[in-house]
Write a protein that binds this ligand. Structure first.
Ligand SMILES: [Zn+2]
Length: 279
């Protein structure tokens, strides 16, 4: 027991030393040569806030620790008691890692409510164990797959990304199948949005097949959506546009889907929309 503790302490010290060393290393060495932001813009994003990447680690860490301190001060012990022994999410959410997309776009307090899986391009196959956990163990009634406008991952997958790090290339390769219906017609901006939608459709279709028993018995709704912060759909900035429910993509059919029956009629007309043809 003592030996195990000693070994883990040594490993921790070694990891810390390595961490400090790499933090002190100038960029351009080893992995740093492949650092995000050097090639295509999908990690840093063409639209990143100026303060993010410009911030030094020391400032960012201060912001994180002080941010958590403010959270701790705002909540008494009772707040945590409700979920001290178990989590109770009502939705499993797969979204892009993009900093502009968070569960807070559809719920005030995501804590204990949203089981979140995130990766570049909101993909299922590279995170399927986590998603299985949300569906099979947490039994969330909704699996929500969210793409978003101006998605850097989709944009990168539309171009040549072979100079990226092997890990990034591998991640973006997963978007090939979803984007195969891009015929190259229209402006880049139009194609970009259509491909975001196509990717969401692809991920929804994959999940319908994967969780067919739950879907067919009405226990699970697989919902595809696009978080639109540029008003590309004309439904206002910040709208979570519903584009697909259990493979139904025709907006008129989505509106009359049984899963939508509790949603206000006017709100349905606002939130259901598509750019690509639905069926
Ligand atoms: Zn994205």
């Amino acid at each position: 027991m003592k030996k195990v503790k000693m070994v883990s302490t040594l490993v921790a010290v070694a990891a810390l030393t390595l961490l400090c060393f790499s933090a002190a290393m100038p960029s351009g060495h080893g992995e740093a040569a492949n650092a995000p932001g050097k090639k295509c813009d999908f990690v840093h994003g063409a639209h990143h806030a100026a303060h993010g990447p410009a911030m030094k680690p020391v400032e960012a860490l201060q912001r994180i620790i002080e941010g958590n301190d403010a959270f701790v001060r705002k909540h008494d012990a009772g707040y945590y008691k409700a979920y001290a022994t178990a989590q109770h999410p009502f939705v499993t959410m797969i979204t892009c890692s993009d900093a502009r997309v968070h569960p807070s776009v559809f719920i005030n307090d995501p804590v204990d409510n949203v089981f979140v899986i995130r990766n570049v391009g909101n993909q299922i196959q590279n995170s399927c164990g986590s998603i299985d956990y949300g569906i099979y163990h947490l039994h969330t009634p909704v699996l929500l797959i969210i793409g978003h406008t101006h998605c850097g991952a989709v944009k990168a997958a539309m171009g040549n990304y072979m100079n990226e790090s092997p890990c990034i290339v591998n991640e973006l390769n997963g978007l090939h199948l979803p984007l195969k219906h891009d015929d190259g017609n229209g402006s880049f901006e139009e194609r970009w949005l259509l491909n975001v939608e196509r990717n969401v459709d692809y991920q929804v279709d994959f999940c319908i097949k994967k969780y067919d028993r739950l879907v067919n018995t009405g226990q699970l709704a697989v919902v595809g959506a696009v978080y639109d912060f540029i008003n590309a759909y004309g439904r206002g900035e910040g709208r979570l546009v519903i584009t697909n429910i259990n493979g139904v993509t025709n907006p008129e059919w989505i509106k009359i889907a049984p899963f939508m029956k509790l949603v206000d009629e006017n709100l349905k007309n606002t939130v259901v929309a598509r750019k690509t043809g639905g069926h």
